[in-house]
Ligand binder design. Structure first.
Ligand code: BEZ
Length: 174
């Protein structure tokens, strides 16, 4: 069925969607999803790097017991046009159950995931190498280091502890 712009949907933000809210929303709640964890394994050609020198940004990787905390937004369906464009470099929408923290309910929604078969995927390397790469990267949206520090700060404000993000933050600020 064709979706009309008055249809609503939940989208779960785990990266820049937590703190860079350049779209209208109807509701916003701290939330979590189970079975996924954040990793700086996706190349960024268009925000924190360039096609010749991609930066590193977050994607989600499946992990059986992991809980990933972030923010859920209830949006009109037409917001996806904007988000699909903003996150066009390898990300695809994927259906998930989202646990809303304040209203203690679970809703169906979507996440943007950059899977390992996408053209911009970089995958894992040693944390020190990742930090060095990030420290040297910059793109149209600003420095790659700033992206990590903004995300770490946003997660702290949510009361989350993400060892992967905080380890990178520590390496980039030491
Ligand atoms: C997010 O914050 O949910 C997000 C991060 C990267 C790409 C798309 C979405």
């Amino acid at each position: 069925m064709k979706s009309s712009s008055s249809e609503k949907a939940w989208v779960f933000g785990y990266g820049s969607l937590i703190y860079k809210v350049d779209f209208p929303y109807i509701e916003r709640e701290p939330a979590s999803i189970t079975g996924w964890e954040r990793r700086f394994w996706q190349g960024s050609h268009d925000h924190r790097g360039t096609p010749d020198a991609p930066g590193r940004v977050v994607t989600l990787v499946p992990s059986h017991i992991a809980i990933c905390r972030g923010v859920a937004y209830l949006v009109n369906h037409d917001v996806f046009e904007h988000l699909d464009h903003r996150e066009k470099n390898g990300y695809e929408r994927h259906g998930v159950n989202i646990a809303l923290a304040t209203s203690s309910t679970t809703v169906e929604g979507v996440i943007y995931v950059a899977a390992e078969d996408n053209h911009a995927y970089l995958g894992p390397v040693e944390m020190e190498d990742m930090a060095l790469h990030i420290s040297q990267s910059r793109g149209p949206s600003g420095s790659n280091t700033e992206y990590v520090l903004q995300l770490a700060e946003a997660l702290r404000e949510l009361g989350d502890h993400d060892p992967h993000v905080y380890a990178l933050e520590a390496l980039l600020t030491e």
